[in-house]
Design a protein around this ligand. Sequence first.
Ligand SMILES: *Cc1c(COP(=O)(O)O)cnc(C)c1O
Length: 464
Amino acid sequence: MNKITNHMPTAELQALDAAHHMHPFTENAALAKKGARIMKSAKGVWLTDTEGHKIIDGMAGLWCVNIGYGRTELGDVAKRQMDELAYYNTFFQTSHIPAIALAAKIAELAPKGMNRVFFAGSGSEANDTNIRMVRRYWDIKGQSEKRIIIARNNGYHGSTLGGGSLGGMSGIHAHGGKIAGIVHIGEPNWWAQGGEMTPHDFGLLRARELEEKILELGVENVAAFIGEPVQGAGGVIIPPDSYWPEIQRIVDKYGILLIADEVITGFGRTGNWFGSQTFGITPHIMTIAKGLSSGYQPIGGSIVCDEVADVLGSHGDFNHGYTYSGHPVAAAVALKNLEIMQDEKIVEHVRDVANPYLWKLWKGLEEHPLVGEAKLVGLMGSIALTPDKAKRARFASETGTVGYRCRERCFANNLIMRHVGDRMIIAPPLVITPDEIDILIARAKTSLDECYMGLKADGLMVSA
Ligand SMILES: *Cc1c(COP(=O)(O)O)cnc(C)c1O
């Protein structure tokens, strides 16, 4: 076989990709017919594919490239670290400088009382760690029957068997099943499910499902509740203001552990270092990954509050860990990423510049005939597509049909915007500038217009 180079024609790369590469969350046979779009290089918020198209990345890769592409300082740090200490483990009473420095930096940024970090290679792995951690915690406290974790429908916590079980996505459960001891309650998705209720009342209703579930299961059997401050993969569902305070009240009242999955919302995405700060949540554990390294290296982890860390740390070994927990190269790169975030005041940029600028334009999309609601927190946003906004109606076509068509128009217009069902979502790199936001919005409008015309032509602007 030929050596794979950057100069191979796109069609040949696509053929090799189709022949040998199994894509995640993809029907590979269908993709093989169409050919993958192949990315070649990137800088800032701009991707370039092998055909030379300049694409604005409205999704920061998979919600991770927070500082933008092409920051060569990170590569420099990786090279230096590989040359100095490419690998060592942290299992057997050893440590190394990058893991130490990164853990200390994360503790500095994390909310008060959260000073310990357990490293993993990804968000999914970190959530697997969390399952084991919360169960072990209650074991040590002499309450080993407290094992059930309550999570939410349409939540996303990764796609390992543990992470996928915590998640509430039936499509994932259908492929391989789920582990025992995880139960789901409703999600605070007012647009789709709130009916005639106000968002406020609906937020309370959904939060109180947690209390009902605890009482139904018996608090003596419940270890923890897990939720994303804002559901990401579920469609950027920003909960009503009433939701998190009520969840917090219930968690406090029954004394169960609270895990905030901050894999997306962590490291600036919502305009604070953590989504828990934006929503006033006091978790015991926070899951982190993605923006931790801006995607430059695979790394995740759990930030653990002092009480839980103290209990876990003083009753014999915690029998859990990954070969690459705190990998020195990944840790060094993540540390540099966080230093850049701090030095360049990127969280402040999100809060004071990018969010207010984007919000005006994003909210304006509600005037488009296809758009029902537009929601945004920090730099994660969504719009609900609907055939009838007054009724918050769903389309008669199978859910996702319209969203997919809209995404295809975006792709054709060199904008990456993802669809979840018939919601369109964005989470651009946090460094996006007002000028780039203008381009993103212009391309989004063109794509919405084209999608709308296509739907009308095909008779699809019809309510379910
Ligand atoms: C992406 C994601 C995960 C899983 O992270 P991976 O690194 O893909 O394993 C977990 N939780 C949330 C909220 C995520 O968005």
